[in-house]
Design a binder for this molecule. Structure first.
Ligand code: SF4
Length: 512
């Protein structure tokens, strides 16, 4: 064997750098179903099924291209259960001249393979070129800046890529973002598009049996799996979204509605993150739809910003700051993650809905993650690594490089404001404005304290009061602290006491 190429489960892209100049006649490709990767956090069974099934489909595709593929299944008795263990086994068996691997998207794995390089000099790690912005490019952008704001990074990416730019180098529509248009609640009676469906085929069916057997102890439902696991199906999902939902994506991207799991969201992140869709092509398609007049600019810009802006930015932050970033805990939070995050069993309807659909589909959209489950964890002072591990485990699209900065930085503000200029904290009023959850809840969003009061309300003010010293100087929090100051002492005390009461109940294992 001239070269051995190890492909990881999120590298299922024929254009991946490790396959560049690969020769089917002389090179061998290795794909491994590693139990350790499914278990280091308890990944949602549908997420494991998604990745393993996509790996098997991709291996079949490579074989059709004439490649020799070694595919190590989860139940292979010789499988050591780890990626580097299996690479060591293949190395001993084939004695390749070189081993190629595109850099893993996770610091934990990159470090492990970098350590292996001292014993295996033939191991070559290649940069992952599936992104608009390389690690080095991001580091150059970040160098010397006091604050690393996404907005400024995004503008540079717009200029560099030319996406939604006029020939004179100005943003189309005369503004860089149209966020103000993108915060509408869903009007009652709005028709939400039908979803594209992806029936379980023979390969996925076989993997499903295996996952059921090996990961029975993981939270989350396995039945009802409905995700694309091939490039063709991922493209079908994308085309369906373009045709039926993209035009309204901007308007309703922050809206939430009971029992509506998808609304106008594309749910392509999982497919894109494992290599089934190319982010560059996605952005070009969106631009083309806007140019053709099929979608408004606020939808096109809002969508492109998610990919060209946020997705690239959080990856840049991750590689710039790891491994120290994962340890940050700016508020000194110590509380354990409440058990109901794994079951959805709480009387708070917004949490039931967000967690319930997460268990059912391994999916919730970004406002459910940021302003419901994330907001609650922030207000309750959950220890950041516990909530980060939860997000990493339960979401189909969650890989460390994208999940960690989003959760630790944006949701928990645990990096001290590196990623977000203010904490995304909100009382029940925000959830009421953006959803219909409150009308069906056992709690009253209009009440602040007492047994019927929405827990988000007192927990919000408790958060504001307990972090006063850290946050009062933040210009974006000025209004909140002025409101607090105007509040009668007795009311402040009542909110503090009720907040304490709720936190004590959480500590006692009460699901609220
Ligand atoms: Fe959530 Fe409070 Fe509204 Fe209930 S009342 S759904 S707990 S925000």
């Amino acid at each position: 064997v001239r070269r051995l190429v190890l492909l990881l489960g999120d590298q299922l892209d024929p254009q991946i750098s490790s396959l560049r100049d690969a020769d089917p006649a002389r090179d061998r490709i290795l794909l491994v179903e590693a139990a350790e990767e499914g278990r280091y956090v308890p990944h949602h069974p549908q997420k494991i099924l998604f990745i393993l099934s996509a790996m098997r489909h991709f291996a079949a595709h490579l074989r059709e291209q004439g490649f020799i593929v070694d595919y190590i299944t989860l139940d292979d008795p010789a499988n050591t259960g780890s990626l580097d263990g299996e690479l060591a086994r293949a190395r001993a068996q084939y004695k390749p001249d070189s081993i190629l691997l595109t850099e893993p998207g996770e610091w934990r794995l990159l470090e492990r393979f970098c350590q292996r390089q001292s014993d295996w000099p033939e191991l070559e790690l290649r940069a992952d070129t599936r992104f608009f912005c390389s690690k080095e490019r991001f580091a150059r952008w970040a160098d010397g800046r006091k604050q690393l704001r996404m907005e400024y990074f995004y503008r540079e990416m717009r200029r560099e890529s030319g996406l939604l730019m006029t020939p004179d180098g100005e943003p189309e529509g005369g503004a860089w973002n149209f966020d103000a248009d993108n915060r509408k609640a869903l009007p009652r009676g709005t028709r939400v598009p039908e979803q594209a469906h992806f029936p379980v085929d023979r390969i996925t069916g076989k993997v499903e049996v295996l996952v059921r057997e090996h990961f029975a102890d993981h939270y989350g439902q396995l039945d009802g799996f409905d995700y694309p696991v091939t490039h063709a199906d991922a493209d079908a999902l994308w085309q369906h979204f373009r045709q039926h939902a993209l035009a309204s994506f901007g308007d309703y991207q922050d809206a939430m509605a009971s029992d509506e799991h998808w609304l106008f969201h594309a749910r392509i992140a999982a497919a894109m993150n494992i290599g089934l869709l190319d982010p560059r092509r996605i952005c070009l398609d969106v631009q083309a739809d806007w140019q053709a007049g099929a979608v408004p600019l606020n939808a096109a810009e809002g969508f492109i910003r998610q990919i060209l802006g946020w997705r690239e930015y959080v990856r840049g932050i991750y590689w710039l700051m790891m491994p120290e970033y994962a340890e940050r805990n700016a508020f000194g939070n110590q509380r354990a993650l409440p058990e109901f995050y794994w079951t959805g069993q709480t009387r708070m309807r917004c949490m039931q809905q967000a967690i319930g659909q997460t268990l059912e589909h391994a999916y919730a959209h970004h406002i459910q993650r940021l302003m419901v489950t994330g907001n609650f964890a922030l207000l309750a002072g959950v220890e950041p690594s516990q909530i980060c591990d939860w997000y990493l485990a339960v979401y189909m699209d969650a890989f460390d490089w994208v999940e960690l900065p989003n959760t630790l930085g944006m949701v928990m503000h645990a990096d001290g404001g590196f990623l977000g200029s203010k904490p995304y904290c909100a009382s029940g009023q925000y959830i009421k404005r953006m959803s219909d959850y409150c009308s069906g809840c056992s709690y009253k969003v209009s009440e602040q304290t007492g047994a019927r009061a929405c827990p988000f309300n007192a927990l919000y003010w408790h958060f504001i009061m307990r972090h006063r010293e850290q946050l009062k100087g933040n210009p974006r929090m000025g209004l909140v602290y002025r409101n607090l100051q105007r509040m009668p002492e007795a009311k402040q005390q009542a909110l503090w006491d009720w907040g304490e009461h709720l936190l004590a109940r959480l500590d006692a294992g009460d699901a609220l």
